[in-house]
Structures are given as structure tokens and as C-alpha cells.
Design a binder for this molecule. Structure first.
Ligand SMILES: [Zn+2]
Length: 238
């Protein structure tokens, strides 16, 4: 059985290049108050989740772009889809949110994470930073903006890194900085959680602005990132 605290960790969000085999929901739609973006749902039971998601667009869509330093003009459609293996995912023209298994309570955290992916599409950061670090950027901004919902997240990541450290697996963990997006998405649950923690810790040490400035100069290697974070190449110091 998954611990509840880990249940909210399984964001497993991705910026996927192609649309998934999911039908565009057609039961109903909710417009954010600022009329930017749209939330679509496929069953009347999902109306509450759709309404909450629309309010999250109002509260966090523009702020995530400001924090990242890139903003897409077009706000996304958010599709409410149940039965996914992840709670949020970002695609070319929409974001999927699965509010089941208690995720609705954390909608601001989950959707803010996806909005960062959305804004970063086509940016120098997305092109030039390792995917693990882009996951860290998305999670760090989401945690920073939604502190009310995410206070436990930082503690959770610290505990995960502590366990890795005690196992002597910091070199293995930092080697995952070179994983492609596809390889990253194939990590098992525990490995995925630890890798989120690594990405978050690097962003916490380096800062979003410094990462953006580095990415705008060209590809940023794992070695350069570890240097920027003040860590040894084997992860020592983490
Ligand atoms: Zn993500």
C-alpha cells in the first residue's frame, strides 16, 4: 500500500511531444474567471474537480510563467481524466489532471507543476537542461508558490535524499542527471521519487534564474550543474 505522502509525490509529469490516446472530454466545460484557458470534464461527477482546476488556473497560471521567466501566450485546456498512472501530464495542446486518490486536495501543487512545463515548452531551459532538472524546476516553483498545500514536500524530499545517502547511492542517483526524458519516465516508483528529490535539491541550490541564464548560453551538462550546485561529481555534498 502506498503511503499517502508518497501518493502526492507521483506527479510523473512529462512534456510529451505527441497527444496520448485519450479522448478530449466532452461532458462539460468550466471557464476560469479571467477566461484564460479552459477545463473540460467527461462526467458530471467531475464538475467539482473541474471548478477547482479553473480556479487554480486563475490563481497560478500567470504566476508560474513569471517565476519561470517564460510565458506562453495561450493558456491550456485542462482535461479531467480518471484512471491515469500519473496525477498530471503536459502535452502539446493540453494538460491532463487526474483528481482521483486524494489528488484533488493538492490540485494547486499538481497543476502549478504542469503549468511550468507548459510555459517552458520550446524554451532554452527545456532544450538545454537535463530533463531531471526541468522536473526539479517545475516542482520547485510549484512548491514555492503553493506553500499552503506543499509544506510537507520539502521534508519528504529531504528524507528521500537522506535514505539515498545512507545507502551510499549518491553516485547512482547523480548519474541519473543524464537520463533522457523517455528513460526518466521508465524509472520505477522509488527511483522516480528519489530523482524528483535530486532535481528539486539542485534547483534549491542553484536557483531558477541562474539555471535559465545558463541554459540560454547553450546545453548545460550534468557536470556543470553539479559544479553550479557546489557538489562533487559523485554527488558528495548533497
Ligand atoms: Zn513534471
Amino acid at each position: 500500500m502506498r503511503a499517502p505522502i508518497l501518493a502526492i509525490t507521483v506527479l510523473a509529469a512529462c512534456s510529451c511531444a505527441s497527444a496520448p490516446a485519450v479522448q478530449r472530454p466532452s461532458c462539460g466545460e468550466v471557464h476560469p474567471q479571467n477566461d484564460r484557458g479552459l477545463v473540460l470534464y467527461s462526467d458530471f461527477d467531475q464538475f467539482t474537480a473541474a471548478t477547482i482546476s479553473a480556479s487554480v488556473i486563475d490563481d497560478y497560471y500567470d504566476r508560474t510563467g513569471s517565476a519561470l521567466g517564460y510565458s506562453r501566450a495561450e493558456a491550456p485546456e485542462v482535461w479531467i481524466v480518471l484512471g491515469r498512472s500519473e496525477q498530471g501530464a503536459t502535452f502539446d495542446d493540453h494538460i491532463i489532471f487526474d483528481p482521483s486518490e486524494g489528488a484533488l486536495e493538492f490540485a494547486p501543487l499538481i497543476l502549478a507543476h504542469e503549468f511550468v512545463h507548459w510555459h517552458s515548452e520550446g524554451s532554452a531551459m527545456q532544450r538545454n537542461l537535463p530533463h531531471v532538472v526541468m522536473e526539479g524546476v517545475s516542482e520547485w516553483i510549484a512548491v514555492d508558490l503553493t506553500a499552503e498545500w506543499s509544506q510537507a514536500r520539502r521534508v519528504q524530499f529531504d528524507r528521500l535524499l537522506d535514505a539515498v545517502r545512507q545507502r551510499g547511492d549518491l553516485p547512482l542517483l547523480t548519474s541519473r542527471l543524464s537520463l533522457s526524458r523517455d528513460a526518466w519516465s521508465n524509472l520505477s516508483g522509488p527511483e522516480l521519487h528519489e530523482t524528483y528529490a535530486l532535481g528539486f535539491a539542485l534547483v534549491d541550490r542553484i536557483g531558477v534564474d541562474a539555471l535559465r541564464e545558463a541554459a540560454e548560453q547553450g546545453p548545460v551538462s550534468p557536470k556543470a550543474l553539479l559544479n553550479m550546485a557546489g557538489l562533487r561529481l559523485d554527488g558528495g555534498g548533497l
